[in-house]
Design a protein around this ligand. Structure first.
Ligand code: PMV
Length: 315
């Protein structure tokens, strides 16, 4: 512990490049970290507590309190008062709850005098994620813990899935843009679960196809085939729309990014009424400039691959 600043833990936000939702049903997803995320800080205290920002709604406060209680129990309730802040757009499909879970896990483990190995961090964060999401696949907190581009596959019933690091010979650069407010992930995932129960065979067929796209996308990344990756992203968006997970606002933004020269564009995260859309670009700057001029909240991010000397870091 640094006696001046107390304990500090960071949890990265994430972007799902391919495979959201079908990952919940055991198919692979390709996901990478953002350098934006959640920073938690801990001060010694006579009890273990999370200071919840006043701006949160009563329902959000209740869930957050329950999630933190599970994490603190997993760390034997060390005496620490935890606060947090974030530069990540919240509830937009960028893994804010996974990032918060990882940040809190890191601070709690430090306060408990534990090493905080990646598997310990993931295990404590998983406690919080289950409270936030109900049936999370684990892709969010795993990407946040590992901070690398990964091909992730859930092991049903297990604490976390298998993650294979995907190396890229070329920079994978995205524009991330917010396209309207959306419902909580838990609701979108729950509604899809009901539809897939009713029409199981058709929905499983689509999930399986999306899983294949995620694996093909990982191969395209490894081969430096960004056009191929873009095409897979476009097809994935079409299948997410077929599953009822897109909206006019998300579709419009996907088309806008393509018209700006994106190699591929799709919704990312849970989708639904709104949320974040990603576009893959060779050069992100002109699109970020134009979207900002039009009043959209957006940023660019490099998910993987070599960084050129003096280049801006991932946003
Ligand atoms: O929208 P987010 O950031 O909560 O991501 C959800 C990703 C899903 O695949 C829809 C759910 C999950 O647990 O993987």
């Amino acid at each position: 512990m640094d006696t001046n600043s107390g304990f500090v833990g960071f949890g990265a936000g994430k972007v799902i490049l391919l495979g959201e939702h079908s990952v919940v049903y055991g198919y692979p997803a390709l996901a990478g970290p953002l350098s934006r995320g959640v920073t938690a800080r801990g001060e010694p205290s006579n009890k273990c507590q999370l200071i919840i920002p006043d701006a949160l709604m009563p329902e959000q406060r209740k869930v957050l309190k329950a999630a933190f209680s599970r994490a603190m129990a997993a760390c034997d309730e060390p005496g620490v008062k935890v606060t947090f802040n974030t530069d990540l757009p919240l509830s937009m499909g960028l893994g804010s709850s996974g990032a918060l879970s990882v940040a809190c896990a890191r601070v709690l483990l430090q306060a408990a005098g534990r090493k905080g190995s990646p598997s310990e961090v993931a295990s404590v964060a998983w406690e919080m994620e289950q409270e936030f999401h109900g049936t999370p696949s684990g892709v969010d907190h795993t990407t946040s813990t590992m901070e690398q581009l990964i091909l992730y596959r859930r092991k049903p019933g297990a604490e976390s899935g298998r993650a294979k690091v995907v190396e890229s010979p070329k920079p994978v650069r995205l524009v991330v843009v917010m396209a309207g407010a959306r419902s909580p992930t838990k609701m979108t995932v729950g509604a899809l679960r009901e539809r897939q129960k009713r029409w199981a065979e058709r929905y499983q067929r689509i999930f399986r196809e999306i899983g294949l796209l995620a694996s093909e996308g990982a191969e395209a990344v490894e081969e430096g085939d960004l056009e191929g990756l873009g095409d897979v992203m476009n097809v994935n968006h079409g299948l997410l729309a077929a599953l009822g997970l897109s909206s006019p606002g998300l579709d419009d933004m996907v088309h806008r990014l393509r018209s700006m020269g994106a190699l591929g564009a799709k919704l990312t995260g849970a989708g639904g009424d709104g949320g974040a859309v990603i576009g893959l670009f060779h050069d992100t700057e002109p699109a970020v400039h134009e979207l900002t001029r039009l009043g959209y909240r957006c940023f660019d991010s490099q998910l993987a691959g070599p960084r050129s000397e003096g280049a801006r870091g991932a946003a």
